[in-house]
Design a protein around this ligand. Sequence first.
Ligand code: FE2
Length: 399
Amino acid sequence: MKDYSSPFTYYGPTRLVFGRGVTAGAGGLVAGLGVRSALLVCGSGATRRSAGFAALAASLEAAGVRATLFDKVTPDPHAALVAEAADAIRSGALEAVVAYGGGSPIDCAKSAALAAANGGPILDYVRGEATPGRPALPIVAVTSTAGTGSEMSSAAVTTDRATGQKLGYTNESFFPRLAIVDPENHASMPAGVTAATGMDALTHAVESYLSLAANPLSDAVNLRVVSMIARSLARAYRDGSDLEARSGMAVASAVAGVAFSQTGLGMVHGFAHPVGARHGVAHGLANAVILPYVMSALARDAAPRMRDLAAAMGACRPDADERSGAAALVRVIVDLKKELGVPEGLSGAGIAASDAPALLADAIGYRSRPKSPRAFTDAELGRLLDAAIAGDLEAAAAL
Ligand SMILES: [Fe+2]
């Protein structure tokens, strides 16, 4: 049992509205915040043409909320795109942002809402070169994927194209005022996206639970999240129209966002960000590939907590000994990856051994590195990355 005597705070102000068909009521909920105009942010692809997006746009109009469309969001939104969205907010004198989609549009909307309120380039705030004096404009997130957790988190990631880095930034005003989570909007997600985003949600809960900043509330959330994902993800992958499984994933993703906002994440994300930024590997896929290697290397220091996670996922008995419990966690993740068609190592996602130095240089500066339950040296992180590229679980376990 973890010692729960350490001080902590827990803040999660987002109103979660969950249920089949709740998108139709989104406009009324947004108007209920006192918002009369908003930038409606989404990607240019399939979500823009989806029934869920159409329902959202129609409900905003019916509720008298003037929506200005910004449908240019690309995966891993970069700073210039954020600036363009912020300009659209300012030039239209818009009062809020409403994002529809996965992590990319939601994060772009958050960053634009902060930049528009404060006037500066988002990277000045992200890099700590300036402090925003004003909170972001009100943020509403309507999800079409289950994984990012951005719909209930205080974080947003921005890509700096000049340096090839993905940079996370946290601000209390990034907690959306409303998260509208409608599993019917998730049903059309392709299997590959279901797998990648779902493994992102699993990684959030696992890393948040193992964080040195974990607390009793985040623990309760994260154990329930991994249990729901263990029951739902493979089902949603096999049959996208299984709304019970879609619902499990949708809720798990959202509430994991609140938990990791309190605790930070860990070195799976520390590696996944440069892999995504430098090689265009989807965020969830990068996490999915890397997760068991970092877990193998953490077993030395985090076995009891890893056993808790394995037990919550039904992979071992709650009273299993710590070492076999930790091994069970690695095994259940490896099995899930196989079932979801995720490559074993990063080499299967197009990363070569020669890419390691640049990836490592970014990973060693990851902001949540101090929250890792094992204080990896830079050299250990280098060997861990090599193991993840090669797909060598034994090398990771021997670290
Ligand atoms: Fe993530």
